[in-house]
Design a protein around this ligand. Structure first.
Ligand SMILES: [Zn+2]
Length: 139
């Protein structure tokens, strides 16, 4: 599939596949259908409801193939490799705390690790969420 087609593939009302891949920087960062299904789950269950609350959400890192994950220094078993995680921030920085509180309280949050103005959120469509929350995890 051409990159423009991949990028424009809509996963949910406000999120497109391209936002999770960064193909302009990493042209080989292509997901399998299972990865896409996992990303869609995150969009529908967590990211769309979050967006409804805090407005537009910027995805700074979504899916990563092993090469990209190594390049950005991700841990070896990163959920980004599975399409089960995203690093995000609200377009409006004032909404950050509201976003953290929402995801902290969400039953489907698997892992929530916050940094300064951004956070890592993960989900697991195949098992019970761990609800592991660490505020200020990234210094
Ligand atoms: Zn992350």
């Amino acid at each position: 599939m051409e990159n423009t087609t991949i990028n424009d593939t809509r996963l949910s009302p406000h999120f497109k596949l391209g936002e999770f891949l960064n193909l302009s920087k990493y042209p080989d960062n292509k997901p399998t259908m299972q990865h896409v299904v996992n990303i869609v789950y995150g969009c529908l269950m967590l990211l769309e409801p979050a967006r409804q609350l805090v407005g537009p959400i910027i995805i700074t890192s979504g899916f990563r193939n092993p090469r990209v994950n190594a390049l950005v220094g991700g841990v070896k078993n990163s959920q980004h490799l599975l399409g089960q995680a995203a690093d995000i921030r609200p377009r409006d920085p004032q909404q950050f705390q509201r976003l953290v509180e929402f995801l902290k309280g969400h039953t489907l949050t698997d892992q929530l690790l916050t940094g300064n103005g951004w956070l890592h959120i993960s989900w697991n469509p195949f098992g019970p969420p761990r609800h592991y929350v660490r505020i200020g995890y990234y210094k």
